[in-house]
Structure formats: C-alpha cells, structure tokens
Design a protein around this ligand. Structure first.
Ligand SMILES: [Zn+2]
Length: 301
C-alpha cells in the first residue's frame, strides 16, 4: 500500500486514478494550490475549496482511493492582496471541514513581503484551529527559502513535529531533519530530484520523518512517482521497512496528528460502486459501472 500525500488530482484524469489504484495507492492528500493562472475573484477560490471536499473526493472514491486535502492561500496568489484578504476570511470555514488534514500548501514563492504576511497569518490561523501545516518551499533560492520557512514557523511557536516541509532536496534535507520537521520530497520526472536521487537520500539519512510524494498537477509530472520510487528503492537494496516508512507510514504518522486520517479508512473500505452519484453527476459517460464486492490489497513488504 502507498499514500501519495501531495497530488493535485483536480488536474488529473480518471485514467490516472485507475493506474494509481492498480499500483497500490490507497490514499491521497490534495493540497489547495493555484490554477496555473491567477484567480480574479473570491468565488473562484470558494468553488475550488468546495470541489476539494466535494466532487474530487467523490471522484477518487469511485476509483477506490481515499481523498483528503489541505486548505490554504498559495504563495503566488498571496501577492494579490485585496483578494488575499477575502481568502483569509473564507479559510476558517473550509479548514474545519471533514477530511482536511492541514493548512497548506503555504509558504514562499518569490519571498515577497505579501507572501511573508499571508504565510504568517496562516500559521497563526493553523495555531488557532490546532491544525498541522504543509509548507511549499520555493523552487528558486531553495536553501535560503527553506531555512526561512522554518525560522518563521519557529517564530510563530509552531511545533516542528506538526509541520511538513515539502519540495526538499539534497541541499535542504539535513537542516529540516535536524530541526525536527518532517521532510517531504517531490519526485518530478526528468529532473534533478528524480527517483534515483531519492534512493540515495534514504540510503544516507534513513527513513525517519522522510516522506515521498509526486506533487503531480497540470504540469509535467507523474502520478505514479511514489510506487515507482518504492520499486526502485527495493531494487537498489533499501530495506522494505524503510520503503514502507517513506512511501506510506510516515505520511500516515504525520497527517494522522490531525485526527482526520486513519489507516482503517482504507483497510476496510466500502466496495467501489460507480452507480453512485454526486449532485446528480457520475464519473461515467455511458460505460458499464464498476460494482465491486470487496477490495483486496497486497502489502509490498
Ligand atoms: Zn503542490
């Protein structure tokens, strides 16, 4: 069994859901993010947040995958301050919905003053609502941006064990682990942080507090990055226990602190029934519905 604890399923297809399930992914976490272009009004945020706890969760269930999400104002759109203010008013309503496991993904993109302001406001909101935090670290100036993100969390008195820092690489992992945060790694195809590099990170640092995810979205990315990385780890001599920790157990340990996700959610799931509807809409387009009698999962270790 695998968990992909960072994937933007709203921009993926039903083929992806099918392949993910066949590869052993039992649960996903979908962080609130931007759309590839800036939103122009608050209604667009509201409908997106609603879809994360509504239609997308239903769509995942129709392919036998448990869907959770995080709520937050992403760093890019924090730069539109008049809209950001309205999002901050809306967030508490969505952050408290069932299946929301953290505030996220929040943090820095260009490290502008507006990004800093809304990152801090959301950390305060997370504290107020007793929520975990998922941090998006900037892709440019990665090392400084990651250090700064953790500094700000500490300034706001967040407990590092309740903060998941994502998009790490070889330059950032040591500091993140030493400071007691969870270190998540996004495996993008054909990039520096590919799955072969991930194997070497586990070999060097072990699997404690390390989490593998795909961050697959509308860009070039791979929704099977977690199972593929797990397979490569096993082929290259990483122990099954370490592979299970990095590709399943640690995500569960980290996010179950929210009280919103637990293993029993998918160990005895209701069978898939594609005759079901959500607001009178189904995932089918004239196909024969899949109706299962029960699920069966095989452990990789
Ligand atoms: Zn993301």
């Amino acid at each position: 069994m695998f968990i992909d604890p960072h994937i933007h399923m709203s921009s993926r297809t039903t083929d992806d859901y099918q392949r993910m399930r066949e590869s052993g992914i039992v649960a996903v976490i979908e962080p609130a993010f931007w759309l590839g272009q800036p939103r122009t009004n608050i209604g667009s945020f509201q409908d997106y947040f609603s879809s994360l706890v509504g239609w997308e969760r239903f769509r995942a269930s129709q392919f036998g995958i448990k869907h959770y999400c995080t709520m937050g104002l992403n760093s890019k759109e924090a730069n539109n301050e008049s809209l950001a203010e309205q999002v901050m008013e809306l967030l508490p309503l969505y952050a408290c919905k069932e299946g929301v496991v953290a505030m996220g993904e929040i943090g820095y993109d260009d490290m502008t003053p507006a990004e800093d302001k809304y990152f801090r406001l959301q950390l305060e909101l997370a504290k107020e609502l007793d929520m975990l935090v998922m941090i998006h670290t900037p892709h440019r100036d990665k090392k400084a941006g990651t250090s700064r993100s953790m500094d700000v969390c500490i300034e706001h008195n967040l407990d590092p064990s309740r903060v998941i820092v994502d998009h790490n690489n070889e330059e950032t992992v040591k500091e993140v682990l030493e400071r007691g945060f969870w270190a998540a790694f996004t495996i993008y195809p054909h990039t520096k942080m590919g799955n072969a590099r991930m194997v070497e990170i586990i070999r060097r640092y072990g699997s404690d507090r390390i989490i593998v995810d795909s961050s697959a979205d509308w860009g070039v990315s791979d929704p099977l990055a977690v199972p593929k990385t797990a397979r490569l780890m096993l082929e290259r001599g990483i122990s099954p226990a370490d592979v299970t920790a990095a590709c399943y157990q640690n995500a569960l340990l980290a996010y179950s602190q929210s009280g919103q996700i637990k293993e029993s959610d998918w160990l005895n799931p209701p069978p898939i029934d594609q005759r079901q509807m959500f607001n009178d809409n189904s995932v089918l387009r004239g196909q024969e519905p899949v109706v299962e009698s029960r699920h069966e999962y095989v452990l990789i270790s």
